[in-house]
Design a protein around this ligand. Structure first.
Ligand code: ATP
Ligand code: MG
Length: 749
């Protein structure tokens, strides 16, 4: 038996004991909202509700999995977790996929394939080229930007033109062409039975509104619905929640819903408006559910008082609907620190040194470095590498985005959907002579059943014949996913060696992992969907499949850090135009969203919070440094709430090799605090990330050779782009334009 009284405060207990009806828990960060859900899951099961009739939806599948496991542990039934008979959990998207798979939506003759972001991009490009848009017109937005605009318009449920008017006024002259492109893209997807990420939610809604048997199935199967992070749901997600639980009537012939829904969230942490999240969902909950019980949690269990004081101040200045002032019983604790390095480059060094210092107090898994955008941590990464501190980066390149993994998945997808154009294109791209256009024509012929065209092509390109034969063979003799993967890997290995001669062994290891994952699946389509369904921000790094994540320091975007907590948290780049971003300075509502982001970042810290405010930023155009203005979120903090540390001139001006002890010549302006003397010395030899670009790296190369980049590895220099950049080809990552200062160019001698 779980002793709920010992584990929960009275407000939490009330939420946990409200087993029936609609409940809204609205409360600030760290007040135990997620904990409340976990205990309520346990309580429901304990009270006799079949576990499999509970559905938990949240922001990432990882978060859902963790919550289900915690509930399983509480009940001593952890071995059941993940099984069909246990509580079901995931994201709205993964849930949508599950239901769509059971009830194939109208208009799709067969199971639809889910496109990942890159495939969607490829598809859009074809539509654009088909319509001859943007050719020679540099003012026409890039495909990636177009996709983002289309996605915004869908998620916000605003017509394209309105989105353009609000956020992309400079693109209004292209409004008609963009609308044409939008349509062509939608037709293309439909014809080829492809769904992009956004489609999943809308297709599910259409299905539930049109087919009573589908909604009935959902309502019978899932009698209890719980949603965490409700403030970041978008309109269609809120409608889906209402439909599932019965807050909205279904089509004629549907049984009434059970009305058991618990939504949990914090309006002050709504940080996904840019992607269509609508904080009104949480504020309007009682409109949909007039009988809903509203529960507020006010005690914070996460942070020490000084950290909480700072967080409360950030929030006090927000224009929030629900005023919250959290208190904690965690007494003691040091003041948060504001750390002012001379530049964003030395910030990397200072942050890494701080991590080293914190490692004396906390295990690596209890330390996080947070930032707005992935690039902001590059310097810190390099410095951490230098110090030999391993870390996991969340929000960077994902495993399934690696080219070789996508190649192998393309075979899998062609098995599932022979007309999946994006996959077809990928597989034919291995073949010399077949470019995008030919691939498109071949695919058209394939669709039209013109086998003569394909036969002719196979004569012309024998390798094409080999690929298609391989696929046909596999399709005729299907087996369990693990066997199929094995066959594909055997087939793909020679291609891999040819494509990536310099690092195929490493890539092969990654593919072996993929084969390992396949072992857990019985259905090939679930395996494929799971790999394409990861959230845009789902926290996965290049090696998500091995190693214990608590053993490593975390580097993460703030968006990916939602809901998580660490003993020590560092936040980088708190200067104007970076945090808040430049665009956010223009419009109040965007600015307010940045403030909430700041609130989310600071409330991740349990005991230590360090805010980095570099005094200058590297300027790409001039190659020099521009002074930076501290973020308004730091400027508005009363100095009594933090202590301040400044980097002195002396250390950085020194031309000789430096150690951290010398460079981090901090001046103390706050009250008594431990000094930096204890910093671990840096290896000061190869200084790739020094504040001044290495002379060799800046010399325009007359005949170009190779270089190394901390993240992309070894690459071939393609051309020098004055004044300070190179275009480099990195195997596996493609062409990149990179500042010379970030490359170490290999000595050709
Ligand atoms: P966020 O808004 O960041 O998602 P949250 O409201 O979901 O935060 P939790 O993550 O559930 O908060 O809880 C924060 C921390 O406080 C966790 O470590 C949790 O275990 C702890 N905690 C919450 N409630 C209690 C309690 N009643 N007793 C002891 N610890 C608690
Ligand atoms: Mg939470």
């Amino acid at each position: 038996m779980i002793d709920y009284r010992a584990e929960l405060n009275p407000a939490q207990l009330e939420a946990v004991n409200s087993l029936e009806g609609a409940v809204l828990v609205i409360a600030g960060a760290g007040s135990g909202k997620t904990r409340t859900i976990v205990y309520r899951l346990a309580r429901l099961v304990e009270s006799g509700v079949p576990a499999s009739s509970i559905l938990l939806l949240t922001f990432t599948r990882k978060a859902a999995r963790e919550m289900l496991e915690r509930a399983g542990r509480l009940l001593g039934r952890q071995e059941e977790c993940g099984g069909e008979a246990w509580v079901q959990g995931g994201t709205f998207h993964s849930f949508a996929y599950l239901v769509l798979r059971l009830f194939q939506p109208e208009g799709y003759g067969r199971a639809a394939t889910v496109l990942d972001a890159d495939d969607a991009l490829g598809l859009l490009q074809i539509c654009r080229e088909d319509l001859r848009l943007g050719k020679g017109d540099r003012s026409f937005p890039q495909d990636r930007a177009v996709l983002a605009i289309l996605s915004k318009s869908r998620n916000r449920e605003q017509p394209l033109e309105e989105v353009l008017r609000r956020d992309f006024a400079h693109l209004l002259p292209h409004a008609d062409n963009l609308a044409m492109l939008e349509k062509a893209y939608a037709v293309m997807k439909r014809e080829r039975a492809l769904l992009d990420y956004d489609d999943l939610l809308f297709e599910l809604e259409t299905l539930l509104r049109r087919r009573p048997e589908a909604l009935n199935w959902c309502r019978r199967r899932y009698r209890y619905l719980m949603v965490d992070e409700f403030q970041d749901t978008n309109l269609v997600q809120a409608r889906l929640a209402a439909l599932l639980a019965g807050g909205e009537a279904g089509p004629p012939g549907t049984e009434p819903g059970g009305g058991n829904i618990m939504a949990v969230g914090d309006d002050a942490q709504s940080i996904y408006a840019f992607r269509g999240a609508n904080v009104r969902n949480i504020l309007d909950f009682t409109g949909v559910w007039p009988q809903a019980r509203l529960i507020r949690l006010e005690e914070n269990y996460r942070s020490v008082q000084p950290v909480l004081d700072l967080c409360n101040t950030v929030l006090d200045n927000a224009k929030s609907a629900y005023r919250k002032h959290l208190f904690t019983r965690r007494t003691g604790g040091a003041l948060p620190q504001v750390l002012r390095p001379l530049s964003d480059l030395s910030q990397g060094e200072m942050a890494a040194a701080k991590v080293a210092e914190l490692l004396r107090l906390y295990p690596p898994g209890e330390i996080a470095v947070l930032f707005r955008a992935g690039y902001q941590s590059y310097h810190t990464e390099a410095r951490l590498n230098r110090l030999g501190i391993t870390f996991r980066k969340y929000g960077g390149q994902r495993y399934t985005e690696a080219a070789h993994v996508r190649d192998v998945l393309a075979f899998v997808r062609l098995l599932l959907n022979p007309l999946d154009f994006a996959a077809f294109r990928r597989v034919t791209a291995f073949i010399r002579g077949i470019g995008g256009k030919t691939a498109f024509k071949l695919h058209q012929a394939l669709q039209a059943g013109e086998s003569a065209v394909l036969e002719k092509a196979c004569l012309r390109y024998p390798e094409l014949g080999a690929q298609l034969e391989f696929l046909d063979g596999l399709r005729l003799n299907p087996g369990p996913p693990a066997l199929i993967l094995r066959a594909i890997l055997d087939h793909y290995q020679p291609i891999l060696e040819q494509l990536y001669p310099d690092d195929y062994p490493r890539r092969l290891l990654g593919l072996e992992e993929l084969a390992g994952i396949a072992l857990n699946y019985e259905d090939l389509d679930l395996f494929a969907a799971d790999l394409s369904l990861s959230e845009p921000d789902e926290s996965v790094d290049n090696r998500p499949l091995s190693g214990d994540r608590r053993e490593q320091v975390t580097l993460s975007t703030i968006h990916s850090a939602k809901g998580l907590e660490w003993e020590a948290v560092l936040v980088l780049d708190l200067v104007e135009e970076r945090f808040p971003s430049r665009q956010a300075l223009l419009r109040e509502e965007d600015f307010e969203e940045e403030r909430r982001l700041m609130y989310v970042a600071c409330t991740r810290a349990k005991s230590y919070l360090g805010l980095f405010v570099p005094a200058s930023l590297h300027d790409r155009r001039s190659g020099g440094r521009l002074p930076a203005l501290p973020s308004p979120f730091v400027r508005e903090l009363p100095p009594t709430l933090y202590e301040e540390w400044r980097e002195g001139f002396l250390g950085l001006a020194s031309p000789r090799p430096r150690s951290a002890v010398e460079t981090c010549d901090y001046e103390r302006s706050g009250p008594e605090m431990p000094g930096y003397e204890a910093l671990a010395p840096l290896d000061a030899s190869a200084d790739v990330f020094a504040d001044r670009p290495a002379a060799a790296a800046l010399t325009p190369a007359s005949s170009l050779g190779y270089c190394t980049h901390k993240l992309f590895g070894r690459g071939k220099l393609v051309r020098f782009m004055p004044p300070d950049k190179y275009q480099v080809h990195f195997p596996g990552f493609g062409l990149k334009v990179i500042l010379a200062a970030y490359l170490s160019v290999e000595d050709k001698a």
